[in-house]
Design a protein around this ligand. Sequence first.
Ligand code: MSP
Length: 631
Amino acid sequence: MRTFYITTPIYYVNGEPHAGHAYTTIAADVLARYHRIKGDEVFFLTGVDEHGANVHKAAENAGLAPQDYCDKMAPIFVKLWKRLNISHDIFMRTTSDMHKRGAEKFLTALYDSGDVYKGAYEGHYCRPCERFVPEKELTDEKICPIHKLPLEWLEEENYFFKLSKYQDRLLAHFHDNPDFAYPAARRNELLSVLDSGLEDISISRSSVSWGISLPFDPEHIVYVWIEALMNYMTALGYETDSEQYRTFWPADVHIMAKDISRFHALIWPAMLMAVNLPLPKQVVAHGWLTKDGEALSKTRGIVIDMDTDIDTYGLDAFRYYLLREFSFGNDGDYRPARLHARYNADLANDLGNLLNRVLGLVNKNFEGIPAPTTPGEFDDEIKEMAQTTVDKLDDHINAFAFDAALETIWEFVRRINRYIQQTQVWTLAKPETKPRMGTILYNSLEALRFISVLISPFIPETAEKIQKQIGLSAFDTTAEWGRLPVDITVSRGDPIFPRVDTKQQKQTQPEKAAKPKPKKAEKTTDLVSFADFQKLDLRVARILAAEPIEGADRLLKLQVDLGTEKRQVVAGIAEHYTPDTLVGKQVIIVANLEPATIRNVESHGMVLAGSGDSVVLATVETEMPLGTQIK
Ligand code: MSP
């Protein structure tokens, strides 16, 4: 059996967890769940980093002894992970005995390797990073390049690790394993750090008291970062060379945000090289989750209110939004209005309505799931698409492209909606066509079962609800076509994504971007004549390309195909759609609108969209030939 060991960073307990921590942990959860349904033996680690000066200070501020403070904070993380349906196998704490003993064993081995020496250290220190900032990263202002805060001058006697000695071996490792540091932007960043030369690093602090003593000099406390990295091994039972440790080390994926990839992809591998242990296979770093384009900061009031959003839309919608909306390596701005739009369009409309419709038709026309006795047009295409969806999904997940993975599944969801439409299945209830109706409905239900398996790593509660409504008694994780038994009784439960009251959403989500829109309908109560209406030339078009317009945050430049001609149109939808999600979509264009030049860009027509609390493009229910007139 293949094994898969995945880790999140262990988060500092000097503050409560927020949506940024949730993002990493949900992404790791998706990978763990995906590998489980593929049949791998999975070990998924998350946890907390409890030592160091910052945690000590937070404990003092709270008026608690450090251990009592950690004992109070750790359960807050556990509680959040439970709420977010995180399926970790271990919640690691660095104040545990297992970790302490394992770290001592590792430190002894590191010392015995001959790569540790004692020396004086003075330099510019960043408290939040808990690190000396190397000379070459220093600016004249002496501020931390990550935290943008002034650095402190610190002089200490420290133990050092000969990181510089591993420069060439690390470079060779990067070259031999092009995906070791992932994605490419991170790899290139790390390669340039390597190229500019590595300095030895101090691995102890004499000014810190909350931590683990160095086994070879108990006067010194191990630097919290060096200690924390070891948790990935101590958690498995490195200290006793346990069966679990031998099964799962080295880790397959260490996942994190880009802030800490240097520790994981340079320092940690060098430490492992020094003690002759295998290196993790991949260090993967995603971008920052931001709010209104700014880094999250509780003190500055830049926070994401995930509690309200989860209460309003449900956990699965929150998970779906985080993974569907942002491209993994890049920063992503969190917008409740976009969550709302995704909820309505992708979840309630595409998926929720499909389930409802199919179950309704089965209930109305059959006793249980009908047997697929009468093949016909489109059936083979559906079956083939099910398989290609599985393959494409695998490629995307292996590339950590969660957005593309979900889009691939949704292409299949939309294809099944179209299948129902194309076959006009609801018209086939007459005795002579009923067998064909049964086959179409069997295929649609089997597609829904398939979809439930594929979405289960992302939105596990929804996946279970779907299988329950189909009538399966135990969750079937196999993505193989034709497994759905016949004659089982489908139920028609509550809608899986019920309508969300937008008034409630508005009250709980005061949003900068959501300025009240003038109510056009109220202003223009005058009726238009049919002749006037007929003057409008509304047509179906397909978006071929989309790109931002410099200096205009709300606008996108679109190239659209009207069947007989191609046009350029400017649309004010940039706050609601990213360019890559638009390409391929069918939209409705006002084709005979006077051309206009908007921000120096010519626009020949207008794209129609529903615009209220959110903006959702108007489209046709199933694909139509380009240029079709809307009347
Ligand atoms: N304790 C160290 C990690 C030691 S791992 C051996 C640490 N802790 S932390 O609490 O600061 O967590 C940093 C991690 O939290 C990031 O790498 C990322 O995974 C997650 N995030 C924190 N804020 C985030 C965002 N705003 N956006 C995305 N991820 C964020 O560093």
